[in-house]
Design a protein around this ligand. Structure first.
Ligand code: ADP
Length: 547
């Protein structure tokens, strides 16, 4: 038997960053040799999107690092447009994005909003960002309308004027989310991430100092204070999320509600585009970089979502965060790869088929074998996930107690018919098919309401509750790996307006996005089966070496 490690093969167009190359090597991926046939690779990594024919021709042993149409949320203007629409339909649950206007289209709307706010609250600061640029390019702040000069598609956004500061410095968070499937939707959020500081102290009134107001590394790296030891922050401009959490713990700041909110914000944002992704896009995986800022009350605000987030290696925090994240990402990708069995002469002759035909046949066979979902197994997995969720992310016994206390104050998912009327009002084109879907959802969700309970609480009682719990030990935050997020499922909590938000979020969003219950399967089991199958198949990778 072949005891050597079985290599997988990746291909790329323009080379790959050093950290990714390291992770690929660690996960036993080699660059595809020129001698390989066209389809003899397992992972295609590209900075930009793929063509239609790439998606059409992808095989079950191959993975592309982008989903078709997976970039709606990654352009500043379309993110703003979508989130605005979602907030109009679903209300405060989408209140995590600063008020934004897309120029030039919304210029008159912006003017009237600007003057209304100014007459009510006095001078307000806004930030102006070109829609299609990144790394802080072209961004400026203004509080006077005459300073607004723009060229081309631009987003103007309310500036978060009261950010949470550390040692007087502003920071934002870069979190990594991986989508392994849109149908069903499966999102993994990495436990670690980056904290990116500005390099000059924050002074709200001096709005033109980019080293104080922007937290982009590409800008601050060139600032005069980059290498200076800064109060609390130290030299450079990056921390890891684990460092931040340790800092919060030291200062007795309870940040758990903020992380809950962040998880929901990420889930809801990705969920927004789930319906536009073709169901046939199975052999894809996508890494998104979420930029989030915390205000002084620790409320998170989404700034933007990055398509192919930077994988550069500027400092030790980059290595500590990105390398394990990429290794985990590749592990997730590997679970989606089903390797073909080697085509031996014996098999080919027996089947009397060409080598290509044997491969195709195999592929069809594996597609058909993708596991049907057993509802019981699924519930088991939800429980399993719950354990993982509690133990790995939150992890302290006090937190588990808190969860139990919340469960005791449980509210059940309301009857879908009640929320159905809200959806009817909001959706003008309520077709027959939609109602079939919504009926199906209603049956499943009423079953679900009996067994899977929504944990609900008012924000004030939640805060009072968590205030009395001891802090989590430092080392416990340092668990690597992605964990699965549950968008608006039985883990939904509300932050602002009480229980009505939850009721809306679960059924209404699902229905109006036309996503049926089947699209909300969060099943590690399927992954496990796939994983078992792929690890079994791992050893026959030599199949690729035959010609
Ligand atoms: P880019 O893609 O160019 O990095 P971002 O939207 O991420 O654009 O903005 C760059 C930086 O500007 C952010 O890292 C953050 O520090 C700051 N910033 C952006 N929008 C806001 C906002 N609404 N309030 C406060 N700061 C913001």
């Amino acid at each position: 038997m072949n005891q050597r490690p079985s290599w997988l093969f990746y291909k790329t167009d323009n080379g790959i960053p050093q950290l990714l190359s390291k992770a690929l090597n660690q996960e036993q991926f080699k660059e595809v040799p020129e001698t390989h046939r066209n389809d003899q690779w397992n992972l295609y990594w590209r900075g930009s999107g793929f063509t239609l024919s790439d998606y059409k021709n992808v095989k079950t042993w191959q993975i592309l690092n982008h989903f078709p149409k997976g970039n709606t949320i990654t352009r500043k203007d379309s993110l703003a447009r979508c989130l605005k629409r979602m907030r109009m339909v679903h209300g405060t649950i989408f209140n995590f994005f600063p008020v934004s206007f897309n120029l030039p289209n919304d210029y008159t709307k912006f003017l009237s909003y600007f003057s209304k706010i100014q007459s009510k609250k006095g001078k307000q600061v806004w930030i102006c960002k070109p829609s299609d640029l990144s790394r802080g390019r072209g961004i400026f702040l203004f509080d006077n309308i005459s300073d607004l000069l723009y060229d081309g598609s631009t987003v103007v956004q309310r500036y978060i004027e009261d950010p949470y500061l550390i040692g007087g410095y502003k920071f934002d968070l870069r979190l990594y989310a991986v989508v392994t499937s849109y149908h069903p939707l499966r999102i993994y959020l990495h436990q670690d991430g980056l904290v990116r500081f500005s390099t000059e102290k924050y002074a709200g009134s001096v709005i033109h100092n980019k080293f104080a107001h922007l937290t982009n590394t590409s800008i601050n790296r060139n600032g005069p204070n980059y290498n200076v030891e800064k109060e609390r922050v130290g030299a450079g401009c990056k921390w890891s999320i684990s460092q931040l959490r340790a800092y919060f713990q030291q200062c007795s700041v309870d940040d758990r509600l903020a992380w809950e909110r962040i998880k929901h914000m990420i889930s809801l944002t990705i969920l927004m585009q789930a319906n536009s992704i073709p169901e046939s896009a199975k052999q894809c995986i996508e890494l998104y970089g979420f930029d989030i800022i915390l205000d002084k009350k620790l409320k998170p605000w989404l700034l933007e979502v990055n398509f192919t987030p930077a994988l550069g290696n500027d400092c030790s925090a980059d290595v500590a965060v990105k390398l394990p994240m990429l290794v985990d990402l590749l592990t997730l990708a590997k679970q989606k790869i089903t390797l073909p069995r080697p085509v031996t002469d014996h098999r080919r002759k027996n089947n009397n088929l060409s080598r290509q035909a044997v491969i195709l046949k195999e592929e069809l066979f594996t597609r058909r074998r993708l596991p049907p979902i057993d509802p019981e197994e699924r519930q088991e997995d939800l429980n399993h996930f719950d354990d993982v969720f509690r133990n790995r992310f939150i992890m302290d016994p006090a937190e588990t107690e808190r969860m139990k206390a919340i469960e005791r104050r449980v509210t059940k998912i309301p009857d879908i018919k009640k929320t159905g009327s809200i959806i009817d009002q909001n959706s003008k084109s309520h077709t027959e098919t939609d109602s079939v879907i919504s009926n199906r959802c209603s049956t499943v969700s009423s079953i679900r309401s009996q067994r899977a309970q929504i944990r609900s609480h008012s924000s004030s009682s939640f805060r009072n509750n968590i205030a009395s719990y001891p802090q989590v030990a430092n080392s416990e935050y340092k668990v690597g790996g992605f964990f699965l997020t549950f968008p608006i499922s039985n883990n939904t909590q509300t932050y602002s307006k009480g229980a009505t938000d939850i009721a809306k979020s679960v059924t209404e969003i699902r229905n109006s996005l036309r996503i049926s219950e089947t699209n909300f399967k969060f099943m590690p089991a399927e992954n496990r089966q796939l994983h078992e199958r792929t690890t079994v198949n791992w050893n026959v990778m030599s199949g690729f070496k035959q010609t």
